[in-house]
Write a protein that binds this ligand. Structure first.
Ligand code: IPE
Ligand code: MG
Length: 224
Protein backbone atom coordinates (compact mmCIF):
# COMPACT_ATOMS: atom_id res chain seq x y z
CA UNK A 1 0.00 0.00 0.00
CA UNK A 2 2.04 2.92 -1.24
CA UNK A 3 1.38 6.56 -2.02
CA UNK A 4 -0.17 8.00 1.15
CA UNK A 5 2.53 10.68 1.41
CA UNK A 6 2.33 11.77 -2.24
CA UNK A 7 -1.47 11.77 -2.08
CA UNK A 8 -1.39 14.13 0.92
CA UNK A 9 1.36 16.38 -0.43
CA UNK A 10 -0.46 16.86 -3.73
CA UNK A 11 -3.29 18.33 -1.67
CA UNK A 12 -1.05 20.49 0.46
CA UNK A 13 -2.07 18.34 3.42
CA UNK A 14 -0.05 16.57 6.12
CA UNK A 15 1.25 13.04 5.57
CA UNK A 16 -0.79 12.04 8.62
CA UNK A 17 -3.94 12.92 6.68
CA UNK A 18 -2.74 10.67 3.83
CA UNK A 19 -2.30 7.77 6.23
CA UNK A 20 -5.78 8.39 7.70
CA UNK A 21 -7.30 8.23 4.24
CA UNK A 22 -5.20 5.11 3.66
CA UNK A 23 -7.13 3.39 6.44
CA UNK A 24 -10.40 4.12 4.59
CA UNK A 25 -8.85 2.52 1.51
CA UNK A 26 -8.01 -0.57 3.59
CA UNK A 27 -11.67 -0.89 4.49
CA UNK A 28 -12.75 -0.54 0.84
CA UNK A 29 -10.17 -3.12 -0.15
CA UNK A 30 -11.36 -5.62 2.49
CA UNK A 31 -14.98 -5.14 1.39
CA UNK A 32 -14.02 -5.66 -2.25
CA UNK A 33 -12.03 -8.79 -1.41
CA UNK A 34 -15.02 -10.28 0.38
CA UNK A 35 -17.34 -9.39 -2.51
CA UNK A 36 -15.01 -11.02 -5.01
CA UNK A 37 -14.71 -14.18 -2.93
CA UNK A 38 -10.99 -13.74 -2.23
CA UNK A 39 -10.06 -15.82 0.81
CA UNK A 40 -6.62 -14.44 1.64
CA UNK A 41 -5.54 -10.81 1.60
CA UNK A 42 -2.18 -9.68 2.95
CA UNK A 43 -1.54 -5.97 3.42
CA UNK A 44 1.94 -4.55 3.87
CA UNK A 45 1.11 -1.88 6.42
CA UNK A 46 4.54 -1.19 7.93
CA UNK A 47 7.91 -2.52 6.83
CA UNK A 48 10.90 -3.19 9.05
CA UNK A 49 12.54 -0.31 7.14
CA UNK A 50 9.70 2.13 7.96
CA UNK A 51 11.26 2.60 11.43
CA UNK A 52 13.63 5.01 9.62
CA UNK A 53 10.79 7.52 9.34
CA UNK A 54 10.42 10.43 11.76
CA UNK A 55 9.24 9.82 15.29
CA UNK A 56 6.19 11.94 14.51
CA UNK A 57 5.17 9.85 11.49
CA UNK A 58 5.75 6.57 13.33
CA UNK A 59 3.67 7.95 16.19
CA UNK A 60 0.86 8.80 13.76
CA UNK A 61 0.95 5.37 12.14
CA UNK A 62 0.94 3.65 15.53
CA UNK A 63 -2.00 5.76 16.67
CA UNK A 64 -3.88 4.83 13.49
CA UNK A 65 -3.22 1.15 14.05
CA UNK A 66 -4.58 1.49 17.57
CA UNK A 67 -7.61 3.36 16.22
CA UNK A 68 -8.21 0.68 13.59
CA UNK A 69 -8.12 -2.06 16.22
CA UNK A 70 -10.39 -0.26 18.66
CA UNK A 71 -12.97 1.02 16.19
CA UNK A 72 -12.93 -1.27 13.19
CA UNK A 73 -12.34 -4.68 14.72
CA UNK A 74 -16.04 -5.25 15.41
CA UNK A 75 -16.80 -4.59 11.74
CA UNK A 76 -14.11 -7.06 10.68
CA UNK A 77 -15.56 -9.60 13.09
CA UNK A 78 -19.08 -9.07 11.73
CA UNK A 79 -17.69 -9.55 8.22
CA UNK A 80 -16.40 -12.94 9.41
CA UNK A 81 -12.78 -11.86 8.82
CA UNK A 82 -9.92 -13.61 10.54
CA UNK A 83 -7.15 -11.16 11.44
CA UNK A 84 -3.59 -12.38 11.45
CA UNK A 85 -0.36 -10.46 12.04
CA UNK A 86 3.05 -11.19 10.55
CA UNK A 87 6.26 -9.28 11.22
CA UNK A 88 7.49 -8.04 14.58
CA UNK A 89 4.40 -6.43 16.14
CA UNK A 90 6.10 -6.53 19.54
CA UNK A 91 8.16 -3.55 18.35
CA UNK A 92 5.01 -1.41 18.64
CA UNK A 93 5.08 -1.80 22.42
CA UNK A 94 3.50 -4.08 25.00
CA UNK A 95 0.01 -2.56 25.09
CA UNK A 96 -0.57 -2.47 21.34
CA UNK A 97 0.96 -5.91 20.92
CA UNK A 98 -1.48 -7.26 23.51
CA UNK A 99 -4.40 -5.65 21.67
CA UNK A 100 -3.19 -7.18 18.42
CA UNK A 101 -3.02 -10.58 20.08
CA UNK A 102 -6.55 -10.18 21.47
CA UNK A 103 -7.83 -9.16 18.04
CA UNK A 104 -6.33 -12.28 16.52
CA UNK A 105 -7.79 -14.47 19.26
CA UNK A 106 -11.24 -12.92 18.91
CA UNK A 107 -11.38 -13.49 15.14
CA UNK A 108 -9.49 -16.80 15.07
CA UNK A 109 -12.49 -18.90 14.00
CA UNK A 110 -13.76 -16.56 11.29
CA UNK A 111 -14.01 -18.12 7.87
CA UNK A 112 -14.78 -15.69 5.05
CA UNK A 113 -11.43 -13.92 4.65
CA UNK A 114 -8.03 -14.21 6.29
CA UNK A 115 -6.69 -10.67 6.48
CA UNK A 116 -2.99 -10.72 7.23
CA UNK A 117 -1.44 -7.44 8.31
CA UNK A 118 2.31 -7.21 7.85
CA UNK A 119 3.54 -4.99 10.68
CA UNK A 120 7.20 -4.20 11.07
CA UNK A 121 7.62 -6.93 8.48
CA UNK A 122 10.65 -7.68 6.33
CA UNK A 123 11.06 -10.67 4.05
CA UNK A 124 14.76 -11.05 4.73
CA UNK A 125 14.32 -10.84 8.51
CA UNK A 126 11.61 -13.50 8.23
CA UNK A 127 14.00 -15.78 6.31
CA UNK A 128 16.75 -15.27 8.88
CA UNK A 129 14.31 -16.22 11.66
CA UNK A 130 13.23 -19.34 9.76
CA UNK A 131 16.87 -20.31 9.21
CA UNK A 132 17.55 -20.01 12.92
CA UNK A 133 14.54 -22.20 13.71
CA UNK A 134 15.80 -24.87 11.32
CA UNK A 135 19.34 -24.76 12.72
CA UNK A 136 17.97 -25.04 16.24
CA UNK A 137 16.09 -28.21 15.27
CA UNK A 138 19.23 -29.64 13.69
CA UNK A 139 21.38 -28.77 16.71
CA UNK A 140 18.84 -30.40 19.03
CA UNK A 141 18.94 -33.51 16.86
CA UNK A 142 15.24 -33.20 15.95
CA UNK A 143 15.99 -32.74 12.26
CA UNK A 144 18.69 -34.01 9.92
CA UNK A 145 20.23 -31.75 7.26
CA UNK A 146 18.98 -34.03 4.47
CA UNK A 147 15.40 -33.57 5.61
CA UNK A 148 15.45 -29.81 5.07
CA UNK A 149 13.44 -28.98 1.97
CA UNK A 150 11.37 -26.10 0.58
CA UNK A 151 8.23 -27.23 2.36
CA UNK A 152 10.09 -27.41 5.63
CA UNK A 153 11.40 -23.87 5.26
CA UNK A 154 7.93 -22.61 4.25
CA UNK A 155 6.55 -24.12 7.43
CA UNK A 156 9.04 -22.09 9.47
CA UNK A 157 7.82 -18.80 7.99
CA UNK A 158 5.15 -16.69 9.67
CA UNK A 159 2.94 -17.29 6.64
CA UNK A 160 2.94 -21.07 7.17
CA UNK A 161 -0.84 -21.19 7.53
CA UNK A 162 -1.66 -19.23 4.37
CA UNK A 163 -1.01 -20.07 0.71
CA UNK A 164 1.62 -18.24 -1.35
CA UNK A 165 0.09 -15.18 -3.00
CA UNK A 166 -1.41 -15.70 -6.45
CA UNK A 167 -1.00 -12.04 -7.24
CA UNK A 168 1.09 -9.30 -5.67
CA UNK A 169 0.01 -5.73 -6.27
CA UNK A 170 1.89 -2.53 -5.58
CA UNK A 171 0.23 0.84 -5.85
CA UNK A 172 1.63 4.34 -6.56
CA UNK A 173 3.60 3.49 -9.69
CA UNK A 174 6.69 2.09 -7.93
CA UNK A 175 8.14 -1.12 -9.39
CA UNK A 176 9.75 -2.73 -6.36
CA UNK A 177 9.01 -5.57 -3.95
CA UNK A 178 10.56 -3.64 -1.04
CA UNK A 179 11.30 -6.75 1.01
CA UNK A 180 7.71 -8.05 0.93
CA UNK A 181 7.06 -11.82 1.00
CA UNK A 182 10.32 -12.54 -0.86
CA UNK A 183 10.17 -16.32 -0.54
CA UNK A 184 6.42 -16.58 -0.91
CA UNK A 185 6.19 -14.49 -4.09
CA UNK A 186 8.47 -16.77 -6.16
CA UNK A 187 5.65 -17.50 -8.62
CA UNK A 188 3.21 -14.71 -7.82
CA UNK A 189 1.85 -12.66 -10.68
CA UNK A 190 3.06 -9.08 -10.26
CA UNK A 191 0.90 -6.06 -10.92
CA UNK A 192 1.93 -2.43 -10.56
CA UNK A 193 -0.85 0.13 -10.43
CA UNK A 194 -0.37 3.88 -10.75
CA UNK A 195 -3.14 4.66 -8.25
CA UNK A 196 -2.05 6.23 -4.96
CA UNK A 197 -3.24 4.08 -2.07
CA UNK A 198 -5.79 6.56 -0.59
CA UNK A 199 -7.46 6.66 -4.03
CA UNK A 200 -7.86 2.88 -4.13
CA UNK A 201 -11.49 1.98 -4.91
CA UNK A 202 -13.48 -1.20 -5.32
CA UNK A 203 -13.12 -0.95 -9.10
CA UNK A 204 -9.32 -1.19 -8.71
CA UNK A 205 -9.85 -4.48 -6.94
CA UNK A 206 -11.99 -5.68 -9.86
CA UNK A 207 -9.16 -4.59 -12.18
CA UNK A 208 -6.74 -6.77 -10.20
CA UNK A 209 -9.05 -9.77 -10.49
CA UNK A 210 -9.47 -9.17 -14.24
CA UNK A 211 -5.70 -8.94 -14.73
CA UNK A 212 -5.20 -12.12 -12.79
CA UNK A 213 -7.81 -13.93 -14.85
CA UNK A 214 -5.98 -13.05 -18.06
CA UNK A 215 -2.59 -14.39 -16.92
CA UNK A 216 -1.45 -17.81 -18.01
CA UNK A 217 0.35 -19.34 -15.05
CA UNK A 218 2.83 -22.07 -15.99
CA UNK A 219 5.04 -22.35 -12.88
CA UNK A 220 7.98 -23.10 -15.20
CA UNK A 221 6.06 -25.65 -17.26
CA UNK A 222 4.90 -25.52 -20.91
CA UNK A 223 1.95 -23.30 -21.86
CA UNK A 224 -1.37 -25.10 -21.81
C1 IPE B 1 2.12 4.37 2.71
O1 IPE B 1 2.61 5.21 1.76
C2 IPE B 1 3.08 3.33 3.22
C3 IPE B 1 3.13 3.22 4.70
C4 IPE B 1 4.28 3.13 5.34
C5 IPE B 1 1.91 3.21 5.49
P1 IPE B 1 3.91 6.14 1.92
O2 IPE B 1 3.86 6.85 3.23
O3 IPE B 1 5.15 5.36 1.64
O4 IPE B 1 3.64 7.18 0.72
P2 IPE B 1 4.66 7.91 -0.23
O5 IPE B 1 5.58 6.88 -0.82
O6 IPE B 1 5.39 8.92 0.62
O7 IPE B 1 3.80 8.57 -1.25
MG1 MG C 1 6.25 5.01 -0.11
Amino acid sequence: MDGNGRWARSRGASVAYGHREGVEAVQRCVRAAIKQGVQFLTLYAFSSENWKRSEEEIGNLTALLRFYLRHKLSELHEQNVKLQIIGEPERFGKTLNKELQEAQDKTANNKVLTLTLALSYGGRAELVKATKLLIEEVVKGQLSLDDINEQHLSNCLQTASIPDPDILVRTSGEHRLSNFLLWQSAYSELLFLDVLWPDFQENHFSEIIDHYGRRNRRFGGRPR
